[in-house]
Design a protein around this ligand. Structure first.
Ligand code: AMP
Ligand code: MG
Length: 386
């Protein structure tokens, strides 16, 4: 176990407008999460040796395959049962499933799991005309049931515990920055202020949401991917699949006992050098999600703007952290907590995780220090720095 050493908090930095926006404009658009590549390309087995490789993403620079675990853990290397593997592009990233089940079960279950992810993606999309979220955004009111209700419940639970550092009502501000689209750009301060005026986690009623005429623009981008991973895992479990892993570009969940070894290995990227690993996590049954300033960003006027916003300012959060990896029992919670902790910064972020039953974290600071919560190193979760 490691005692976290907490660096002094970096002050809030609100980037100023570059003098000449047109000439200074330069976009470095990195797709959400490292683009993952199908395993067979990356994982070459020679007896017990697994070779790690690098991939070139569809839009961006070289990225390291985040899920080191699937490579290190490839059971075909150790003569174990062959897992079934499939990768599809959805939710703006590559989603990988690896499951241990027979030929008669695995492909069908995987197909259903991918369908389920698409269903969650559609439900959580804020701009789908006629959808409940769109209705609420227009102030028409709608009852948010099923998946949406459950996503919002997790989002609001984390939001309230984090005093609004995680805020699913930031939709208009996120939209203004263009994160999630191909044209992210620095908005004018006035625009940010106007968009911020309509936000606020306290506007969301406790309990049923949202029968009243609330014009809230929800953005569930910080939690829905984790929820979709949980939903896919449920499909596999209902189909009788005993063990596997679902990884949506770094938000992942393992279930069952990994044949042969028990632990699943997961690489944690070094934010300074994302093609390298800062460390390796080993978990049994757990969900793991990572938020980082290196996952989606653009540069304008020599300043780098990333996609995790401080709800207090509407600008990218600078609280001393560059990467937050959270381990929890479900992926929706891990996903929301990772975003919240990033915004809270090292001190308050560690506090939140220590208080949260069943959550642990690995936090990487701006000066490259790695902070871990007290439960890391105990039964079920190990972390080794690289
Ligand atoms: P993640 O990568 O899971 O940390 O989520 C980041 C995404 O969540 C962004 O692309 C936005 O869609 C949304 N988001 C940004 N800042 C926040 C915030 N403070 N609270 C909740 N969602 C946010
Ligand atoms: Mg998140």
């Amino acid at each position: 176990m490691k005692t976290p050493s907490i660096p002094p908090r970096a002050g809030l930095r609100i980037p100023s407008l570059p003098r000449d926006r047109r000439s200074a404009k330069r976009h470095l658009w990195v797709p959400r999460r490292p683009p993952l590549s199908p395993f067979p390309v990356l994982s070459l087995c020679f007896g017990r040796l697994t070779i790690l490789s690098f991939v070139k993403g569809p839009k961006g620079p070289l990225h390291f395959f985040l899920l080191l675990g699937l490579l290190l853990a490839n059971p075909s290397c150790s003569g174990q049962t062959q897992p079934f593997k499939e990768t599809r592009f959805m939710m703006g990233t590559l989603v990988d499933v690896v499951v241990y089940a027979g030929k008669e079960t695995a492909p069908g279950a995987a197909g259903q799991a991918f369908e389920r992810i698409l269903q969650v993606e559609a439900a959580a999309h804020p701009s789908e005309e006629g959808s409940p979220l769109f209705q609420v955004r227009q102030g028409k009111g709608a009852r948010l049931g099923g998946d949406l209700a459950r996503i919002l419940e997790t989002a609001m639970h984390v939001s309230r515990a984090a005093s609004g550092a995680f805020d699913p009502t930031l939709g208009e501000v996120v939209h203004l920055w263009g994160f999630g689209r191909d044209d992210p750009h620095l908005p004018a301060p006035k625009e940010i202020q106007q968009a911020l005026d309509g936000t606020g986690y306290k506007r969301v009623p406790v309990g049923q949401c949202c029968p009243e005429k609330l014009d809230i623009w929800f953005d569930l981008g910080g939690v829905a991917k984790g929820y979709a991973v949980d939903a896919a895992v449920s499909v596999f479990q209902e189909a009788g699949v005993k063990a596997g892993i679902v990884n949506a570009g770094g938000d992942l969940r393992t279930f069952g006992v990994r044949p042969g070894r028990g632990y699943w290995k997961i690489g944690v990227q070094d934010p300074e050098n994302p093609q390298e690993l800062a460390g390796v996590l080993e978990v049994k049954e757990a969900a793991v999600a990572t938020s980082g300033d290196y996952q989606r960003y653009f540069e304008e006027g020599g300043i780098r703007y990333h996609h995790i916003l401080d709800p207090a300012t509407g600008y990218p959060a600078h609280t001393g952290l560059r990467g937050t990896t959270v381990i929890a029992s479900d992926c929706a919670t891990a996903d929301a907590l990772a975003t919240a902790v990033f915004v809270l910064g090292p001190e308050k972020g560690l506090d939140l995780l220590e208080k949260w039953d069943g959550a642990e974290g690995v936090l990487i600071t701006e000066d490259g220090k790695i902070l871990t919560t007290s439960g890391i190193g105990e039964e079920g979760i190990r972390f080794e720095e690289r």
